[in-house]
Design a protein around this ligand. Structure first.
Ligand SMILES: Cc1cc2nc3c(=O)[nH]c(=O)nc-3n(C[C@H](O)[C@H](O)[C@H](O)COP(=O)(O)O)c2cc1C
Length: 125
C-alpha cells in the first residue's frame, strides 16, 4: 500500500474518532477523472479498523452498496446536502433531488445555501 495506507495504519493506532476519505473522482467540489492508482476507502478499510467514512460522488444506491460491501462504516454526502435541505426525507421517499449549482459554492453569502426548496415546497409541474 502507498503513503496513504501507511498514514491510515499509523493513525489507527491513535484511535481517532473517524477517518473520512474522499474517493478518487472528486477533488474539492469538482468531479475529475479518477486516477486508477488512487486510494479509496475500500483500500484503507484493510488497514484502518476505526470508523471509516467514505465521501465523494455518492448517490443513495452507491452509498448502500458501499455499506453492504463493508468497504466503509458510513458514507457522507456533501453537495447533494447543500442543494437538498431535506435530503434524508427525499432519499427515504425516493423523491427527486434538486441539482446543485456549483457557481454558488463558496459564494460568500446565503445564495445557494438557504434558498433551495424543500420537496414539499417544490411547485408541481
Ligand atoms: C461548498 C463546499 C465546501 C466544502 N468544504 C469542505 C471542508 O471545509 N472540508 C472538507 O474536508 N471538505 C469540504 N468539502 C468537500 C465535501 O466534504 C465532500 O468531500 C465533497 O463535496 C465530496 O462529496 P460529495 O460528492 O457528496 O459532494 C466541501 C465541499 C463543498 C461543495
Amino acid at each position: 500500500m502507498n503513503r496513504c495506507g501507511h498514514v491510515a495504519r499509523r493513525l489507527d493506532g491513535y484511535g481517532p474518532a473517524h477517518l473520512r476519505v474522499v474517493e478518487p473522482g472528486v477533488r474539492g467540489n469538482d468531479d475529475i477523472a479518477a486516477v486508477a492508482s488512487a486510494v479509496s476507502a475500500k483500500d484503507l478499510r484493510r488497514v484502518f479498523k476505526g470508523t471509516l467514512i467514505a465521501a465523494g460522488g455518492f448517490t443513495a444506491d452507491s452509498a448502500h452498496r458501499m455499506i453492504e460491501a463493508a468497504d466503509a462504516d458510513l458514507v457522507a454526502l456533501g453537495r447533494l446536502f447543500i442543494s437538498n435541505p431535506d435530503l434524508p426525507e427525499r432519499l427515504r421517499a425516493g423523491a427527486p433531488l434538486n441539482r446543485y449549482d456549483r457557481s454558488t459554492f463558496y459564494g460568500g453569502d446565503a445564495r445557494g445555501y438557504t434558498d433551495y426548496l424543500f420537496h414539499s415546497a417544490a411547485p408541481v409541474m
